[in-house]
Design a protein around this ligand. Structure first.
Ligand code: 3EB
Length: 343
């Protein structure tokens, strides 16, 4: 079938030195497994009935966040080398000796801080044993992220557990170990943590327009969030720039409450400023928004899709792949968050 006759053609892979990412339509997993046989690190499927992990033909993480619009809904993380898949406690991991992708879906009982601490301790413990000790990127999906757990917002409970695990593993302050991250709401009753790690370290980047999240004042949680604004990954990941979830936060404050388009433009200013400062840790210039290969946008209100998409698309390369998801954001007043990858 030619690409033009298919309603949802697979987006061509973006690859560099063999590492890469491809996107596939909702029903495209089996074909992708055939096409990338033995070179598929992990598939992540959005818009599924519930969060789940499986490892039949290939490791697959399912997430329940609805896919907005008619775009692709499966990420295919590709490896230049044959992939070995294994269980490490609660994590399912796939690696090739220099990079490792892993994920867990952890049922929650009612102590999000303690449960997050336990999951992150397990993660920080398995990495050095795996040969891919350096965290590059983490994705966190939390049920009812803005809800209350015994008087404290659940995102803040999560943040405290994550911070304690980093301190237990590396001592305080542990900030030079914080990778690019996203922390996003989801449905169901499981905490989902997925990660990308490598044998060689990445270079974590901060944004001059934003207070580093690990220095946020206590109003955002008893323990500040443990993440970097972006990570410039090593050669085994094609030197990909991994952009953290980025929102309408200037300094440490949320801006433009209730106005999704103003939030979008503030977010884009944050991304452009961060990209410019990647030059500080690299001889290459940082990737401006127009050089991103993959952009994933989380919208709190699905009805905002048309206006946000119309304003964002002209700012991206025509070849950029986009995925649009409905999700709560970690601060109740934030209406959107954008993450991405540039190879
Ligand atoms: C912010 O700038 C928005 O806790 O891992 C963005 C990316 C946000 C990652 C995290 C939180 C996280 O503070 C929220």
């Amino acid at each position: 079938m030619s690409a033009t006759s298919s309603p949802h053609p697979a987006v061509p892979a973006v690859r560099r030195d063999g590492f890469g990412l491809s996107l596939a339509p909702r029903e495209g997993l089996a074909e992708a497994v055939r096409r990338h046989a033995g070179r598929l690190l992990f598939a992540v499927r959005y818009g599924m009935p519930r969060a789940a992990l499986s490892a039949d033909a290939t490791p697959v993480l399912d997430l329940a966040n609805p896919v907005l619009g008619d775009g692709p809904s499966i990420e295919l993380w590709l490896s230049p080398e044959p992939v070995q898949v294994r269980r490490e406690g609660r994590f399912l991991c796939a690696g090739n000796g220099t990079v490792l992708f892993g994920a867990t879906v952890c049922p929650l009982a009612g102590d999000l801080e303690g449960e997050t601490l336990a999951v992150y301790r397990e993660l920080l413990d398995l990495l050095p044993r795996s040969g891919a000790a350096s965290l590059q990127r983490i994705w966190n999906y939390l049920p009812d992220i803005n809800g209350d757990q015994r008087g404290v917002e659940r995102y803040k409970r999560f943040s405290a557990g994550r911070a304690r695990a980093f301190e237990a593993a590396f001592g305080a302050p542990a900030e030079r170990h914080f990778p690019a991250s996203s922390a996003i709401g989801t449905t169901g009753d499981a905490l989902v943590v997925a990660f990308l790690a490598a044998r060689e370290p990445g270079r974590h980047v901060e944004n001059p327009r934003q207070v580093s999240a690990f220095r946020y004042p206590p109003q955002y949680g008893e323990k500040s969030p443990s993440f970097a604004r972006g990570t410039l990954s090593p050669a085994a990941l094609g030197h990909a720039f991994l952009l953290s979830g980025t929102a309408s936060v200037v300094g440490h404050e949320s801006r433009h409450e209730g106005d999704v388009l103003r939030q979008l433009h503030e977010t884009l200013r944050n991304i452009e400023t961060l990209a410019a400062s990647v030059g500080a840790v690299s001889t290459r210039p940082g990737p401006g928004l127009a050089r991103f290969d993959y952009v994933k946008t989380y919208l709190r209100r699905s009805s905002d899709l048309p206006v946000v998409r119309a304003a964002l698309m002209p700012r991206l390369a025509p070849t950029a792949a986009t995925v649009w998801l409905e999700a709560d954001i970690c601060r109740a007043e934030l209406l959107l968050e954008i993450e991405g990858l540039a190879l």
